[in-house]
Design a protein around this ligand. Structure first.
Ligand code: NAD
Length: 293
């Protein structure tokens, strides 16, 4: 059993903290939302009045915050000045690589081991404890964090040094955003050419067009009964989240001079989709915009 401070108890952090309690860890919870803290207390966590208070006696600190600016602020103002000596710091938020490396370097300077450990798997995975963690940080920090992460996830991948967890996450999601648009365009063209969607699926899913966006998350209703297309594109993984990750990928690409024209195009199209009132829809719903609907 470890003493764990958990900061950021939203859609993802709430169920993740609950799984740590279930695994017999002593969890002290803080969020700016009093309702989120009360929900965590309902799951067996202890309540802290501030992030600084939460981390004071913790052996492990886990953060699950919206974006880089929140992570920088919470670590600079609350975690690093107040965490107990020897505490292991784990940031699970999805943020820009620069912020992850910046905060990682500050933590190291202050004498802490820290990893960035963004996740995939969504709220369903967070609740079921089946998330995938992509981890950046040193070998020793990874080894210490692994048993904690295993209580919240199933696949724990050490992607390399500080920031590489975030790098793995945004590269994967850039592939996903681009491939979803490619698959959507394929189905749209098929429709215009008089080719049945199921027939295209039967061919492409066993041919070189095969990919996850097609076989697990098909954007047209029918071929994959579990995909959001069968429930009016109820998320799932929201278009707003996809746009966030595509913009992080573009920010990273610009910073290192990588040419990612398809990623840039995907970011533009998802921006259009999100800003035409579809932020909360599943990202595969972009097929309807591409189809002129
Ligand atoms: P959320 O908005 O539901 O939760 C974020 C929580 O952080 C909120 O409860 C908010 O009150 C709290 N918070 C913000 N600033 C704070 C501060 N200074 N101190 C304490 N608490 C603070 O977001 P979420 O869906 O839980 O996502 C969290 C992170 O996980 C994001 O980086 C997101 O990109 C990533 N993510 C989300 C999903 C998903 O499906 N929701 C999937 C993978 C990754």
């Amino acid at each position: 059993m470890a003493k764990i401070a958990f900061i950021g108890l939203g859609n993802m952090g709430g169920p993740m903290a609950a799984n740590l309690v279930k695994a017999q860890h002593q969890v002290t919870a803080f969020d700016l939302s009093a309702a989120a803290v009360e929900a965590a207390v309902g799951h067996g966590a202890r309540k802290a009045g501030s992030a600084a208070e939460a981390v004071k006696e913790a052996e492990v600190v886990v953060t699950m915050l919206p974006a880089g600016k929140h992570v920088r602020e919470v670590y600079e103002k609350d975690v690093l000045p107040n965490a107990a000596k020897g505490a292991l710091l784990i940031d699970c938020s999805t943020i820009d690589v620069d912020s992850a490396r910046h905060v990682g370097a500050l933590a190291e300077k202050a004498g802490f081991e820290m990893i960035d450990a963004p996740v995939s798997g969504g709220v369903g995975g967070a609740t079921a404890g089946t998330l995938t963690f992509m981890v950046g940080g040193g070998d020793q920090a990874f080894a210490k964090a692994k048993p904690i992460l295993e209580k919240m996830g199933r696949n724990i991948v050490h992607a390399g040094a500080s920031g590489n967890g975030q790098a793995a996450k945004i590269c994967n999601n850039m592939i996903l955003g681009v491939s979803m648009i490619a698959v959507s365009e394929g189905f749209m063209l098929a429709k215009r050419l008089g080719l049945d969607a199921q027939k295209l699926f039967d061919v492409a899913s066993t041919s070189s067009g095969q990919c996850w966006s097609l076989t697990n998350y098909c954007p047209v209703p029918g071929p994959v009964p579990t995909s959001p297309a069968n429930r009016d594109y109820q998320a799932g993984f929201t278009a707003a989240m996809m746009l966030k990750d595509l913009l992080l990928a573009q920010q990273a690409a610009n910073a290192v001079g990588a040419s990612t024209p398809m990623g840039a195009g995907a970011a533009q199209l998802f921006n259009l989709f999100v800003n035409s009132g579809h932020a909360a829809k599943d990202f595969s719903g972009i097929i309807r915009m591409l189809d002129g609907k």
